[in-house]
Ligand binder design. Structure first.
Ligand code: NAP
Length: 242
């Protein structure tokens, strides 16, 4: 681990976050794997990374819980500062707004927006001192177009797109690059129960994406070759939204 650059990936126990963790480990980063509760899956991702010759550390905490975030990250940040932060942790609680519970509204905004704030705030302060860093926020097509039944999720992801653009301008002089990656339908636990027969006709490329379709772009955005790209939102959605 000594001397390796660090990438903190939130929500990396499965799905898109796990693919990002695997790819960035392959790129030579030591991965701080955050997740909330699925220890078994997180151990499995860590095992894959180590088996492939990479390094990682498991960091379970709820990104929406500011005290928990600080308790885990502050002692680590005293010693080392991640070069890369990927804000990926999240979930949806779909339902029409007229019937949405306050908890479903609040929890979705909390995990995506407060989660972004809690983790980014504490890491960014250190990145700014080092004058170096990459931040990637995983947003969604839902934050760019309207999708019925996802008003809470769309609001959260659209908010994160706004935060990406403003933060990019705010920290550009410190050599910190901030971008968003916006997946369409990707095959993960989150989309497992969606009706495929209704979704596929909406995707010009005719297939649901794989987590690796997203992680490849994140890997590029974290590389030296992406050093002049900031404040952008990149769609990975098989051509669904233009
Ligand atoms: P997933 O397979 O359900 O994985 C979600 C990950 O987030 C898990 O590692 C989970 O950890 C973690 N997580 C959830 N709440 C958390 C919290 N409060 N604190 C810390 N970690 C938390 O989901 P996914 O499909 O890969 O989604 C990843 C990101 O991509 C999300 O931001 C999602 O909104 C976005 N996205 C997904 C799609 C899609 O089609 N799949 C499309 C657009 C955008 P535990 O399991 O341990 O709780």
């Amino acid at each position: 681990m000594q001397g390796k650059k660090i990438a903190l990936v939130t929500g990396a126990s499965k799905g898109i976050g796990a693919a990002i963790a695997r790819d960035l480990a392959g790129d030579g980063f030591h991965i701080w794997i955050n997740y909330r509760s699925d220890h078994e899956q997180a151990e499995s991702v860590a095992g894959e990374i180590r088996h492939a010759g990479g390094d990682c550390t498991l960091l379970p905490f709820d990104v929406a819980d500011r005290a928990a975030v600080l308790e885990v990250l502050e002692p680590l940040l005293e010693k080392e500062v991640p070069e890369v932060l990927v804000n990926n942790a999240g979930f949806a609680r779909d339902g029409i707004l007229a019937l949405m519970s306050p908890a479903d509204w609040q929890d979705v905004l909390s995990v995506h927006l407060n989660g972004f704030f809690n983790v980014t705030r504490v890491v960014l302060a250190r990145m700014m001192k080092k004058r170096r860093g990459r931040i990637i926020n995983i947003v969604s097509t839902s934050g760019e177009t309207g999708i019925a039944g996802q008003v809470n999720y769309s609001a959260a992801k659209a908010g994160l797109i706004g935060a990406t653009r403003s933060l990019a301008v705010e920290v550009a002089k410190r050599n910190i690059l901030v971008n968003a990656v916006s997946p369409g339908f990707i095959a993960t636990e989150m989309t497992r129960d969606l009706p495929k027969e209704q979704i596929l006709p909406m995707i010009p490329l005719g297939r649901i994406g794989e987590p690796e379709d997203v992680s490849g772009l994140v890997s590029f955005l974290c590389s030296e070759r992406a050093g002049y790209i900031t404040g952008q939102v990149f769609a990975v959605n098989g051509g669904t939204h233009t």
